[in-house]
Design a protein around this ligand. Structure first.
Ligand SMILES: [Zn+2]
Length: 244
């Protein structure tokens, strides 16, 4: 199997799994994965296709340096997808996979004034010092400059960018890594929203401990790959046409 074929399968699994976990938003939002070393060729979902029905062959191969982005007539990619994902793949080398969602609990936190992600549980510690914040909601990314601005905010040391009043961008070195991050981020956000809603004082984990647990997370062997393999197995049993 070629790198592109494997990337198509992995990304189709990510789309369908995101829909099953209610991380999707109608037919909006985009996931992409780079298939060239410079990140200027990447796969992304076509306009109008629902996450829950995504097939490997549906994904469009975008070539940023080609005429009309290498997209043939009859295929449509959203302009916001080109501007955001194209610039992040170009400017953030480790962002091989870029996932943008409005998943509910993380988006709730992104709408709180001056919010900083809380070190409240083990899942949250995974993101210690790994979250960047875009505090200035600027509407839909219809200009290339908006993609550049967002890519710079994300920078090279962060894997998550909270978009105020909008949603989140999560990046990783592979589909498996990025999806694993997306999953745990939403779980940790859900816990924070629920914990805050109790109105009790919160017992925060000290920074030193959070940093240590973050390191444990990042060094844990093969967790993201096992997660994606398990999700692939579920889809192979329940909706195998993602492979088409
Ligand atoms: Zn969005």
């Amino acid at each position: 199997m070629t790198i592109e074929q494997q990337a198509r399968l992995d990304l189709a699994v990510a789309f369908r799994s995101a829909a099953r976990l209610n991380m999707h938003e109608a037919v909006a939002n985009h996931f992409s994965v780079a298939v060239s070393g410079d990140g200027q060729k990447f796969l992304i979902n076509p306009a109008g296709r629902h996450f829950s029905r995504m097939r490997a062959s549906d994904l469009l191969l975008v070539e940023m340096n080609a005429k009309d982005f290498g997209i043939s007539a009859g295929q449509i990619v959203d302009p916001t997808a080109i501007n955001l994902h194209g610039q992040i793949h170009k400017l953030v080398p480790d962002a091989r996979c870029v996932l943008h969602t409005h998943m509910p609990y993380t988006t709730v936190l992104a709408c709180l004034q001056d919010f900083e992600f809380l070190m409240l549980d083990q899942n949250a510690c995974r993101f210690y010092n790994r979250i960047a914040y875009d505090r200035d909601y600027a509407g839909m990314a219809l200009e290339v400059s908006e993609g550049e601005r967002v890519a710079k905010l994300l920078g090279r040391s962060r894997s998550v960018l909270f978009l105020a009043n909008h949603g989140v961008i999560v990046v990783g070195k592979s589909v498996a890594e990025a999806f694993d991050e997306l999953y745990y981020l939403e779980k940790a956000s859900q816990l924070q929203v629920l914990a805050m809603s109790t109105r009790h004082e919160l017992e925060l984990i000290p920074n030193e401990t959070a940093a240590m647990v973050c390191k444990q997370w990042l060094e844990y062997p093969n967790a993201a790959e096992y997660h994606l393999a398990a999700l692939t197995e579920i889809l192979d049993q329940e909706s195998r046409d993602f492979r088409n």
